[in-house]
Every structure is written in C-alpha cells, then in structure tokens.
Ligand binder design. Sequence first.
Ligand code: FAD
Length: 459
Amino acid sequence: MPHTNNSKPATTNHQAGQLFVPPSDYPRIVVIGGGFAGMALAKQLRRQPVQVVLLDRNNFHQFQPLLYQVATSGLDPESIVFPFRKQFQGYPNLFFRMADVQEVQPAQKRVITDRGALSYDYLVLATGTKTNFFGMQTIESNGLCLKTIQDALDIRHRMLANLETAIETTAPDKRRSLMTFVVVGGGPAGVEMAGSIAEFKRYILAKDYPELDPDMMQVFLIEASGRILSAMSEEATQKGMRHLHQLGVNVLLNEAVTDYDGETVTMKSGRAIRTHNFIWSAGVTGQLPKGISPDQVVRGNRLRVNPFLQVEGMPDVFAIGDIAGLSSEAFPRGLPQVAQVAIQQGRYLGKVLPQIIRGETIAKKFVYKDKGALATVGKKRAIADIGKWKFSGYLAWLIWSVVHLMSISGFRNKVLVGLSWLFSYFSYEKSNRLIIYDPCAYQSDFSSHQAARPRRKDA
Ligand SMILES: Cc1cc2nc3c(=O)[nH]c(=O)nc-3n(C[C@H](O)[C@H](O)[C@H](O)COP(=O)(O)OP(=O)(O)OC[C@H]3O[C@@H](n4cnc5c(N)ncnc54)[C@H](O)[C@@H]3O)c2cc1C
C-alpha cells in the first residue's frame, strides 16, 4: 500500500522568481520530462481532477530509437520530434512549460527551474538518462554521442563535413582518418549506428563522392565485453555479428576504449585507431536534478522506487521510465531502460495517482510486461527476440518497421517517416545529406578538432 498525501492544493501567484501557472482547485502534479514515460503519464491523466504541469527543457518530445537515422542522413530531424503544445491540444488540465529543472526541494514541495520556482502537491521525475562517459574527460570533449536530436545533427554534420574535407586532402593518412568511423558500444544503439554508417558507405559514398576511394572508408564497432547485443539472446548476438560482417563493419570485441584525443582512439590493449569521427554509445546514467538524497539513488544513478513507483522515503514523489530503479525477478539488476518500460510505467502511474490522491488503497503493483526486443542492422535486416521466438532477417525488419512507425508521435510524423523509408527501400537513397550549420565549425583536421557545439553537461 503506498503512502498517501492529503495536503491542500498548491496555489501560485505570479511573483518574481516564480514560474507562472494559473491557480487551480485541483491538486497539482508536476511532471519533469516529456519523454516516453512523461508523455504516457500526461495522456493518462487527461480528464482527471488534477492539474498537470509538464516541464521539459525542450519544447518537443524526441523519438530516441530513430536518432541514428537522423545522424546518418536517413530521416530529417522534424520527422522524429513532436511539439508538446501540439500533442496536448485539447488537454484543459495540462500546462506545458519549457523549463530546465535544476533542483528539487522536497521539504518545501517545490522545484527550482531556470525560469523560476514552482510548487507541487505531487512530483513525478521522468528525466531519463544522459550519456555516461565514465569520467573520461577527453572522450567527452572530443567525441560525439547519440542521446538527443542535437547530438544526431552533430554527427550528421561532422560526418558530411569530414567527407568534404577528405576530398581536398591529399595526405593518405589524413584522408583515411577523415573517412574512418569508430562507434563505441555494442548495444542496440551502437549496432544500429555502425550498420547505418556502413550502408552509407555501400550505397551513397561512390555516388556522392566519386573522388573518394570507397575502400578507404572504414567502420569500426568497439565493444568492451565479449559480445554485442548482450541484453538479447545468444542467437541475436550471432545474427547481429553476421549482419555487421556482411555490411563490412569491423567489430572489435574485448577492447575497452580508454581515450580519444580528437585524432586517435586508444584502447586498453594498446591498440589505436586514427579517426576524425568518433561516436560514444557505451552507456547511460540517470539524469537527476540536485536535491535528491544519495540514499534514494541506486545502480545507474536511478531512483529507488517501491512497486507503486513511489520514491522510497518521499511520499509525494514518484519516478518513472529510465530514471526509476525498480527490479523484478526477471530483471534483478533493474528493469531495462527501454521505451516499453517507460510507457507502461507512465500509464500505470496515470491510473493509480488519482486513486492515491483520493486516499484509496492501491492493490495492484506495477508489473512490466516484456514484449520482447528488436534491433536493426542496416536496411531490411533486423533481429527479434520475442518470447521464445528468436529470428532475424526480413520478417524481423518488417516487424521492427511497423512497431517503430506505430510508436512515433503524430500522424504527420508517421507519414513522413513511412514515406522516407518507402523511398529509400526502393532507391537506396538517403535524402537529407545537408550541412545546415556553419560548415567550418564542423570540419576537423589535425590541428583543430574541437566539437562545434559545446555539449551541455546535463543533456
Ligand atoms: C540512441 C538510442 C536508441 C534507442 N533505441 C531504443 C529502441 O530501439 N527501443 C527501445 O525500446 N528503447 C530505445 N532506446 C531507449 C529509450 O529511448 C528510452 O528507454 C526512453 O526514451 C526512456 O524514456 P524516458 O521517458 O524515461 O526518458 P527520455 O525519453 O530520455 O525523456 C526524458 C525527458 O526529460 C527531459 N529532461 C531531463 N532532465 C530534465 C530537466 N532537468 N529539466 C527539464 N527536462 C528534463 C528531457 O529533455 C527528455 O525530454 C534508445 C535510446 C537511445 C539514446
């Protein structure tokens, strides 16, 4: 039975230092983060006698599973992001505020944002994760990562700008380095990224850059453990390896990357690879605002929650999605950080929170229904672990495509992504090969290789 709270609804005056939200007679639920979890929760709370305030540092929801396609010019960014204000048209009890939450003050029942303070009756943390560089500063400052739409565009720009530079580079070593791509991390995101870059080499390079020798372009996927896709079955790992091999990706197993200085990737074994294109996809860590006691934080910087998704020791505070640290018999090290867990937790909390507010006893704990795992390796090839069915190839890719199309927010986005896929299915084309920002900022050479856009420490 979760703890209950019968405190009076929060009221807000539009004062200096306050984030303005109209006063309401209903209890106020502040939700931090409009990812899969926060969105599912906000939708479920529609028409409930509560005031929902959704805070996100962006004014859009992003569909992270397809970021790699934006990074490799397969999709345009607008087709995988969706504005919150459009999503929540017709939600009279929901107020969106674009604000970065910097601190949670549970004793005062308020959050501090870059736009002012906001009081709450109930708080839901749905802040997801950020890239984990494991404290390796040089990798963080010199490498690229794939967590946000901005990251995906950085990769696209860097990749295209470096190929432009390679054309004008006569020194073979430097040219090879500009055309070498290193992806670190053999999870689904790294495998998909490496496969997609390899397809770029196979189908685009010779047509767009006839002056470049395709054999010079190399794609490496480096994994510290002994297998890729380790969260999936052994069959999935084998099939993933085979597909990557067919695409020409060099997979290095049992190689831990220790440094990247902007020119050279160094591994623990002493091995080194020269590259101007380094993508770190080797882990994530929970993204928490200040004000949370370390006692509440568990493995992976996640929040310890009870089976009602209530943060242990904080009766009015809940956590859902990647940030929630809940384990089960099947997942003793914590539920997987995937969209399905986030969506199911958002929906569950949307049902039980109004009951908790009414002081009712909640009998049903949250139980994750595992619908299986999918990963794609290039076009027309995917790997599926669905219950006892483990298969790969075209059918798995079709299922992957349908599942992703159905999950993308908004009819327009579904159509845009569906049409892009249909077009590239028949033409093997990728149509978004544009360097939109200042091209000079994205060119890296041996004397100047700083990242063009300073990465936010918290994104
Ligand atoms: C490259 C990549 C590929 C992936 N592929 C798959 C896949 O194929 N299948 C799958 O199931 N899962 C995949 N995942 C994982 C999946 O995207 C996550 O599990 C899911 O997004 C978690 O949802 P969430 O709502 O918990 O967090 P998120 O979706 O990360 O959302 C968190 C939100 O909180 C906001 N936020 C964070 N901190 C603050 C703050 N302080 N103030 C204001 N706003 C804040 C962020 O802006 C963001 O909108 C992938 C992830 C990545 C990065």
